[in-house]
Design a protein around this ligand. Structure first.
Ligand code: ARG
Length: 464
């Protein structure tokens, strides 16, 4: 395709450079944003009398036709074009003739690409938020069903204290709620309209920037042309949110993988969300979890790639910045594949409360409560901790459990024990006693579920 900027050149571009610099293969997905941006720009150029109204109308009609052709699959994208902007302008001019040559008045590809990516990023944020809300809904309904399902809580992956499955899942609900908020921040950063920045120093034409922002649904306009063309912070914020979100999903994946082992045996993934082995007939592998854990690495890579691209660039636009798109799209595509898969996998997974209860009953998860019981009888906590530790040691040596020790054996360590100790260290009592806000007691978790549900309803009505 002929270069629209070739006026000063005496030689054609090397085929090597053409191939090296071309971005159409990956930026063609911006075509809708590019056309919408151009429609708004051309509308404003006509309204301001910068180009004849007839030309403005011809441009808007031509671009609108291209948009609907694109939507029906009838717009053939010329892959020999340098980038999506060159393609769109050349195609427009081929369709409507001379008027098409006025579209780029008062605009540069530098502010044009900034606009396109912002429009795309806004949609991407809203889309990821909607996918996160769907996952949150599934986690909340699982939590609701399991407020009394006792399981061991771990630190250092060693059994620590009894909790419930609902409480454990609600920890992920908190993380994913923060992710929704983070994508909201990325949206707000992207929601600023850069056209009018020109190449870097604004433009001499009396553009109406606020009108373009209004036509495109932006909340504000950029306030410095150099920054307007060279800011990619909003993509970095998106990528940071994506990396954090993947980190959360990766942690959950790791747990699901553990829980579905023979050794834990507390979770069965649905057959539709597991894979087999070509050699070992018995295998049922949690591939979706493993891929999520693995793909977290590539999303971190996307974030690091863009941070590194941006760190040495002098103001204003430099072609380095063309590298922003693949990192952004890759993270977006990864998340939008991962989240629905994860949601369905969680919705169809079967948890095994008996296995969890059995597991919580082993490993002395009530040892802290045994010490707390003694504190209730007036023993200082440090001494109570020692007594409980000594009893655990005795049980480990004799392969017994704290609840199996007779009152006489308990009193050998400390005279303050009474018969009410057995009830006090039952796992149910241990969990129910932790009823502070944010604790695992069923009533506390039910409160937390209610708060999350009303947050979710509020988000659904204003998601962006
Ligand atoms: N394809 C370019 C990009 O993605 C568009 C902007 C080109 N600007 C320029 N001055 N060459 O960044």
């Amino acid at each position: 395709m002929a270069k629209l900027w070739a006026g000063r050149f005496e030689k054609p571009t090397s085929a090597l450079l053409d191939d090296y610099q071309s971005s159409i293969l990956f930026d063609q997905r911006l075509i809708r944003c590019d056309l919408l941006g151009s429609i708004a720009h051309a509308t404003m150029l006509g309204e301001q009398g910068i180009i004849p109204m007839g030309d403005s109308q011809a441009i808007v009609q031509g671009l609108t036709a291209m948009l609907s052709d694109y939507d029906t699959g009838a717009l053939a994208i010329d892959l020999t074009a340098e980038d999506v902007h060159m393609f769109a302008e050349a195609e427009l001019t081929a369709r409507i003739g001379e008027a098409g040559k006025r579209l780029h008045t008062g605009r540069s590809r530098n502010d044009q690409i900034a606009l396109d990516v912002r429009l795309y990023a806004k949609e991407a944020c809203a889309h990821v938020q909607a996918l996160l809300l769907a996952l949150l809904e599934v986690l909340l309904s699982l939590a609701k069903a399991h407020t009394h399902t006792i399981m061991p809580g771990y630190t250092h992956l060693q059994k620590a204290q009894p909790v419930t499955l609902a409480f454990h899942l609600m920890a992920y609900v908190q993380m994913l709620m923060r992710d929704v908020t983070r994508f909201g921040h990325a949206y707000t950063e992207a929601d600023v309209m850069p056209l009018g920045s020109g190449a870097l120093a604004g433009t001499t034409y009396p553009l109406n920037r606020e009108r373009v922002a209004e036509l495109l649904g932006f909340a504000a306009v950029t306030d410095n042309a150099m920054d307007g063309v060279s800011d990619r912070d909003f993509l970095i914020t998106f990528l940071a949110a994506a990396a954090t979100c993947m980190m959360h999903l990766s942690r959950l994946s790791e747990e699901l993988i553990l829980w579905s082992t023979n050794e834990f045996g507390t979770l069965t993934l649905d057959d539709a969300f597991a894979t087999g082995s070509s050699i070992m007939p018995q295998k049922k592998n949690p591939d979706a979890c493993e891929l999520t854990r693995g793909k977290t690495g590539r999303v971190y890579g996307d974030l690091m790639a863009l941070l590194t691209v941006m760190k040495g660039i002098p103001l204003a636009y430099n072609k380095d910045m063309q590298e922003d798109k693949e990192a952004f799209f890759d993270a977006y595509d990864t998340l939008t594949k991962c989240l629905p898969t994860f949601t369905e996998m969680m919705r169809t997974a079967v948890f095994h409360p008996e296995g969890m209860a059995q597991s919580a009953a082993m490993g002395f998860t009530n040892a802290t409560d045994l010490a707390d019981y003694l504190v209730g009888k007036g023993i200082p906590f440090r001494d109570a901790h020692h007594v409980s530790g000594a009893l655990v040691g005795k049980c480990v040596r004799e392969k017994r459990d704290l609840g199996d020790l007779s009152l006489a054996e308990l009193r050998e360590q400390c005279a303050a024990f009474d018969a009410d100790v057995y009830e006090a260290i039952s796992l149910k009592a241990c969990v129910e006693r932790r009823s502070l806000r944010g604790g695992p007691a069923p009533l506390a978790v039910e409160d937390s579920i209610r708060r999350a549900e009303s947050w979710l309803a509020q988000q659904r009505s204003q998601v962006k």
